[in-house]
Design a protein around this ligand. Structure first.
Ligand code: BG6
Ligand code: MG
Length: 216
């Protein structure tokens, strides 16, 4: 029985992939690293450090240099986030959160991002969440199941009673490893491993997911 919904943030609640792309691109151009939109797709759901490793493509750098590059990229990303507002919530998601709140189903976040809290504040969604799991909550990021297990614990719901909404392969793998059911958002080649698949957030159908009669 579904007692909690656990949401990924980037690509599910709001589309920050483009902002991550712009920020990594600026840093990469400054450093002479090759980076394009195809590589950016591989960063979906992946932690900041793992993202940098993908961009470095095997090139070895010191930990200090890596820290400096990540700090610089995050500075560019934070500048881009400044204009984020409630109008940047992806279609259908605000209503879905309201509906879950109204039904008494717990709502939690499980994001790889260390910027998740300020982003939810800017989107005006903080009051609709019962718990936040983010890049600060656990040591091992997706595809490890830790952030989902943490979020379920925060709302006091058994993992088997949680449904996750994810847009990334790494996130779907993590949620399944946590023993949860998963709703995938995006193209089938990316989210085909999910239990329910929707091309877009506006197509997500709660009644269908909950197995209710008369689901449109
Ligand atoms: C995930 C994004 O939500 O957060 C990744 O999908 C990103 O692309 C990761 O790398 C970490 O984000 P941040 O904000 O901590 O750099
Ligand atoms: Mg995501």
């Amino acid at each position: 029985m579904c007692k909690a919904f656990i949401f990924d943030l980037d690509g599910v609640i709001t589309d920050t992939a483009e902002l991550h792309y712009q920020a990594w691109l600026k840093m990469s151009n400054e450093e002479g690293y090759y980076f394009d939109r195809e590589i950016n797709e591989q960063l979906r759901g992946v932690s900041r450090r793992a993202s940098l490793n993908i961009i470095l493509a095997g090139q070895a750098i010191s930990d200090d240099k890596a820290d400096e590059l990540m700090t610089r990229k995050n500075g560019y990303y934070l500048q881009l986030l400044e204009t984020l507002s409630p109008s940047d919530v992806l279609p259908g998601m605000h209503n879905l959160l309201l509906e879950l709140n109204a039904r008494g189903i717990k709502v939690a976040l499980a994001s790889a991002s260390k910027n998740a809290r300020p982003i939810l504040h800017k989107l005006g969604l903080m009051p609709l969440f019962d718990a936040i799991g983010d890049g600060w909550s656990v040591a091992r990021s997706k595809p490890a199941p830790d952030v989902f297990i943490h979020a379920a614990g925060q709302v006091g719901i058994n993992v088997h009673d949680c449904i996750v909404v994810e847009d990334a392969e790494a996130g779907i793998e993590a949620a399944k490893a946590a023993g949860m059911q998963v709703v995938g958002i995006g193209p089938m080649q990316r989210i085909g491993a999910a239990h329910w698949c929707f091309a877009d957030t506006c197509e997500l159908n709660l009644a269908q997911i909950l197995g209710e009669r008369n689901a449109a």
